[in-house]
Design a protein around this ligand. Structure first.
Ligand code: PLP
Length: 441
């Protein structure tokens, strides 16, 4: 589809967007799907392709913001879900479905001794933080500047820090949205990514009050900047020493390997928050970790964290998640990671050929591009590189018009198992042409 056709005021997407604007603020229930001047509306998805309401088909490189690792409408996942739907979708009685998925996760993830399900990654982060507080009897949490962990107030603090408000590098300000309670700032310690010495000092300074350190080992909001050598190890050792709960938020990064991102980095956290791929395309979240900490949810001795949730562990999500994870064998992860390596290498080769300074980041099925000669180490350097480099605004629209779906925040994407080398080639071609159209080269 050419850009002009997409921008046609008579298009079905435009008509739907106008309707949406009258009944939903900004026309949506989710800021991540915003696209200027309006989003393309989806009609259906099969494998790695999505068809929009105009009938245009595109390769999906964002996969519902990384949640779909087997692409759309995987036949086995669909069959598993269809079977459940015909026998009741939600009960006020437990079923076997959540036990099966919990067993699979416990079997696979070294840090997971017990699991508790919920309905989103945000809830999973909230529960992990509440569990850490209940377990330690402390109230503060520490999180990293610029990192996204969903919409729980304490986890969302400092996720949109900018030079005007972020303070000194060795004592970052905790920044809050106006919708948050101002006092919350006192209970959130903001840490600088990849600066182990500063982090150690900040953690030690408040250790007596600190319940948890929350970290995503491969943060998408930080352009998938990998942890520097020794960074995660320092955090692991220090938190263990000080009795602080180390929470790995693997809602997104769990997709990088069969046993998750903690295992891939050689670290066993105390708790993990999970979501996205483990729901097989349905709303999900989970908190998992050591039996000792997870016991705060146990009602038998008298639970310390009360945890309800009408749809927690519902059979539909659990069946889809189990089937998805069952199909994601070690070999599937290896194949996907090899495909990711091909994409990252071809991307870099194309940009080199065009004389565009760049950094390609990511691993496994995740990738990200930064147009900069320098590889940043922390969030502040990343912002500096982004702001001094060429603008990628409008890249999503350019890629859209060349048959590729991306998110709205620069070049960040993920692969799904139905993809092969042909899709990677198409992606690189589309990007090559899009960068030219944006006058990047
Ligand atoms: C690292 C991380 N944590 C938490 C969340 C929140 O998950 P959800 O959107 O399911 O609430 C996200 C969502 O993208 C995420 O990337």
């Amino acid at each position: 589809m050419q850009l002009a056709a997409y921008l046609d005021q008579q298009s079905e997407s435009k008509r739907l967007y106008d309707r949406a604007l009258t009944v939903m603020p900004g026309g949506n229930s989710r800021h991540t799907i915003v696209m200027d001047p309006y989003p393309v509306y989806a009609r259906s998805g099969h494998g790695c392709r999505v068809t929009d309401v105009e009938g245009e088909e595109r390769i999906d490189f964002i996969n519902n913001y990384t949640a779909l690792i087997r692409g759309h409408s995987d036949p086995d996942v669909t069959a598993a879900v269809s079977k459940v739907i015909h026998t009741g979708t939600a009960f006020s009685l437990p079923t076997e479905y959540d036990i099966r998925l919990a067993e699979l996760l416990v079997d696979r993830i070294p840090a997971a001794e017990q699991v508790r399900f919920c309905n989103s990654g945000s809830e999973a982060v909230l529960l992990a933080i509440r569990a850490a507080r209940a377990y330690t009897g402390r109230s503060k949490i520490a999180k990293f500047e610029g990192c996204y962990h969903g919409i729980y107030d304490y986890a969302q603090a400092s996720d949109s820090s900018r030079p005007g408000n972020w303070g000194e590098v060795d004592s970052p300000q905790t920044t809050l949205e106006t919708s948050m309670v101002p006092n919350l700032g006192k209970d959130v310690v903001t840490l600088p990514w990849n600066r182990p010495k500063i982090c150690a000092q900040l953690i030690e300074d408040c250790a007596d009050e600190l319940a948890a350190v929350l970290i995503d080992p491969l943060p998408a909001a930080l352009g998938l900047l990998s942890p520097v050598e020794g960074f995660l190890e320092t955090l692991r050792e220090l938190t263990r020493e000080l009795g602080v709960v180390l929470i790995f938020d693997e809602v997104m990064s769990f997709r990088i390997g069969y046993r998750g991102a903690g295992h891939a980095n050689g670290i066993t956290p105390d708790l993990m928050s999970m979501g996205k791929i483990i729901g097989g395309g349905f709303p999900v979240g989970a908190v998992t970790g050591s039996t000792a900490i997870m016991s705060v949810f146990d009602h038998r001795p008298g639970e310390k964290v009360h945890h309800g949730g009408t749809y927690n562990g519902n059979p539909v999500t659990m069946a889809a998640g189990y089937e998805t994870m069952r199909l994601m064998t070690q070999n599937e992860y290896i194949r996907l990671a090899e495909l990711g390596d091909t994409l990252r290498a071809n991307l870099s080769e194309m940009l080199q050929r065009r004389g565009v300074q760049h950094q390609v980041t990511g691993c496994g099925s995740m990738f990200c591009l930064l147009l900069s000669a320098r590889r940043p180490v922390d969030f502040r350097e990343l912002i500096e590189c982004r702001e001094s480099g060429p603008e990628l605004t409008g890249l999503d629209r350019e890629m859209l018009s060349r048959g590729v779906l991306l998110g709205s925040r620069g070049l960040f994407g993920v692969l799904s198992t139905p993809m092969g080398e042909a899709e990677i080639d198409q992606f690189i071609d589309a990007l090559d042409q899009s960068l030219k159209a944006l006058r990047i080269y």
